[in-house]
Design a protein around this ligand. Sequence first.
Ligand SMILES: CC(C)(COP(=O)(O)OP(=O)(O)OC[C@H]1O[C@@H](n2cnc3c(N)ncnc32)[C@H](O)[C@@H]1OP(=O)(O)O)[C@@H](O)C(=O)NCCC(=O)NCCS
Length: 245
Amino acid sequence: MSTDSPDSPETPTRLEDLGVQLPARPDPSGLAASLSFESPCFVQGDVDWATEVRLGAFSVFYGGRIAQASIGRYCSIAPGAVLGSAEHPMDRLTTSIVGFDPRYHNWHDVLNRADDVELWNVAGFAGRPVTTIGNDVWFGADVFVKAGITIGDGAVIAARSVVTKDVPPYAVMAGMPARTLRLRFNEATVDRLLRLCWWRFSIFDLAGAPFDRIEECLDILEERAPGLSHYEGLRVDRELLRKMY
Ligand SMILES: CC(C)(COP(=O)(O)OP(=O)(O)OC[C@H]1O[C@@H](n2cnc3c(N)ncnc32)[C@H](O)[C@@H]1OP(=O)(O)O)[C@@H](O)C(=O)NCCC(=O)NCCS
């Protein structure tokens, strides 16, 4: 699709028509360079638009807040999730945001101290780590994931868990801090799933395989995979959002 100018008849007017549902119109001036939402996906929660947020196709984010996070395909994020939120510095005079960048919330203007900004060693949130979520990860309600954590493909994070350490693929995690309850499947099956990387494909190309009988399903998909094209959804990125908004 060409999106050459805002007036181009080819510039879509509604993201929904592209299969990407976002909760609100982001401010076009405050968008991070590498935002990406792959169609189709559904976003109902808060996104920190000024940070790198990527969401893969067939993923749904029902509520909570996501910042500086790269999230794969076929993920399910229940309401209340907090993923990748910033850590405040704890070794400075204050942990307050205004202590490392006085421009936040325009308080420097309100208090007529704009000229003093240069006295600050403005640190901001530069260099904050990316939180990396694999494919087919299910987050139960009210999960917290510490910034910079990596969660493997196929993992399940139980409701109200607090994830402070990396999570291996297909682990079911629960608690505060989250610990491994078990794997979703036996190790041999997990190996097959990770080799197949079925999330390379559109769900519609996988139709007809018995999803509820995992070994049989894998037999069929392993045979079908070489004949399938990898799915490539249209990506709604900063450039496209600026053209539309
Ligand atoms: C993680 C989950 C899927 C596990 O379900 P399950 O396999 O049926 O697990 P069980 O109920 O058999 O529990 C297994 C153990 O994990 C514990 N556990 C389960 N969920 C837990 C949670 N959220 N926090 C802490 N411990 C939990 C159980 O107490 C049990 O511990 P025990 O072995 O010491 O008795 C489920 O508990 C859950 O959190 N679902 C999320 C639902 C949700 O939020 N949906 C939102 C809409 S998408």
